[in-house]
Design a protein around this ligand. Structure first.
Ligand code: ZN
Ligand code: ZN
Length: 155
């Protein structure tokens, strides 16, 4: 999984992942649908310091949230493509937009979440766990990924 590279639409921002993600969410919530303008978003959860920025500049844009917790969306300053999100402004953990990878098929969702607002014509694959809302991380993430997350000391 190492050596995965990606970038924004204009090509200014280029990045490389130093490892695979901890977990990959395919989120069907209404916030994600509105923010990305599509049926769902594929977020690869990874330590921020495992995203090596090779070129370009990113700027955080605050998004409104129901909870009031911060949600910063990191965009290319030249073209505005969103590359990743930081939920809770935790700095150490990022939700990378997986389809900004050059190899868009390299990362597959580990779970479909917030399927209660899934668009009716979206068919979920039978072999991937799906949840009406969020899920119990401890039962779904691998022990290795849980250890990586624990090392970040995030809530
Ligand atoms: Zn760009
Ligand atoms: Zn969502």
């Amino acid at each position: 999984m190492s050596g995965l590279e990606g970038g924004c639409a204009c090509g200014a921002v280029r990045y490389r992942l130093k490892s695979g993600p901890m977990f990959v969410n395919c989120c069907h919530c209404t916030d994600c649908q509105r923010q990305v303008g599509s049926a769902f978003v594929i977020n690869a959860i990874i330590e921020t310091d495992r995203i090596e920025i090779l070129s370009g500049e990113l700027k955080p844009t605050p998004m409104p949230t129901d909870s009031g917790r911060p949600h910063l969306v990191y965009r290319c300053t030249a073209c505005g493509t969103t590359l990743w999100s930081d939920y809770g402004d935790r700095k150490v953990m990022s939700f990378l937009r997986a389809t900004t990878l050059d190899d868009r098929g390299a990362i597959r969702p580990d779970a479909h979440i917030f399927t209660r607002s899934k668009l009716p014509w979206v068919q979920l694959p039978p072999d991937v766990p799906a949840f009406e809302g969020y899920y119990d991380m401890k039962s779904l993430w691998s022990p290795e990924s849980l250890a990586r997350r624990a090392a970040l000391s995030v809530r």
